[in-house]
Design a protein around this ligand. Structure first.
Ligand code: ADP
Ligand code: MG
Length: 257
């Protein structure tokens, strides 16, 4: 796989991909549209992270297949897949500067060409980090650290971007800003974006498609606008209702799962 291939947004397909942790057995059968943003929601422990890990190759299905861009990658290691992933935290190396952390997206040994440096500068500007190149992760806010992770995604230039509750620890205003940044990056790059969130507002803001997961399987798919409309899937509406109640009682950022 050529890591410099321009992202054209590959479609993703999980073809009866089964995975089990102890007693929790999961089976995903779903198609994710190329070059679109798909938001994944579902209760804690329903299998959202497992779905992303199967796509990224951090887990291998016990049966079934994973296809990206029509190609069977079921047995391919993560590095051979056309995928970047951003987690809720710990995306960065603590001892490396912002510039170096982004540079890793181009070269694991940080042997960077003039072209690489130009791409890094551009990605840092795009994510609002110009002037912070020499800082270490601990000298950044939580939102800035996630911007660095996104800048690295930009220089990696892969067709698929997976985000596992990347903004769950940020406050609402900052989350809005970050969701808009992802949406903007998506519009410019045409990547296929799969975004896991607990927050209904994030999903609404992203628009695009929705995948709803319950008990280790996809229980509903469709346009985000239809999900939030009065004819949205009943199970989803119940879930959103429960989450809203919980948010009223806790009022804080919740832990990702
Ligand atoms: P979500 O991201 O939706 O909260 P996960 O995909 O992380 O859910 O987990 C799905 C199920 O698998 C849960 O029941 C969880 O307890 C279980 N699980 C996840 N990771 C592990 C693990 N490393 N070992 C054992 N069970 C796990
Ligand atoms: Mg999770």
């Amino acid at each position: 796989m050529n890591s410099r291939t321009r992202p054209t947004g590959a479609a993703i397909r999980l073809d009866k991909a089964a995975f089990c942790y102890g007693e929790m057995s999961m089976r995903f059968d779903v198609e994710i549209e190329a070059a679109a943003i798909t938001t994944v929601m579902g209760p804690s422990g329903s299998g959202k992270s497992t779905l992303l890990n199967l796509i990224a190759g951090f887990e291998t299905p016990q049966s079934g297949r994973v296809l990206i861009g029509g190609k069977d990658v079921t047995e391919a290691p993560p590095a051979a897949r056309p995928v970047s992933m951003v987690f809720q935290e710990n995306n960065l190396f603590a001892h490396l500067t912002v510039q170096q952390n982004v540079g890793l997206g181009r070269s694991p040994s940080l042997r960077l060409t003039a072209g690489d440096h130009a791409a890094i500068t551009q990605a840092l500007a795009r994510t609002g980090l110009a002037g912070k190149e020499r800082r270490l992760p601990r000298e950044l806010s939580g939102g800035e650290r996630q911007r660095v992770a996104l800048a690295r995604v930009l220089v990696r230039d892969r067709p698929v971007l997976l985000l596992d509750e990347p903004f769950a620890s940020l406050g609402p205003a900052l989350r809005e800003e970050m969701v808009d940044l992802v949406a903007g990056v998506h519009a410019e790059s045409g990547m296929t974006v799969v975004f896991v969130t607990h927050q209904a507002e994030d999903a609404r803001r992203m628009a695009g498609n929705m995948v709803f997961i319950e008990h280790g399987a996809v229980s509903a798919t469709g346009k985000t606008s239809a999900f939030f409309g009065e004819h949205g899937p009943l199970s989803f509406r119940h879930y959103i209702g429960r989450e809203a109640e919980e948010a009223q009682t806790t009022r804080g950022a919740r832990k990702p799962t």
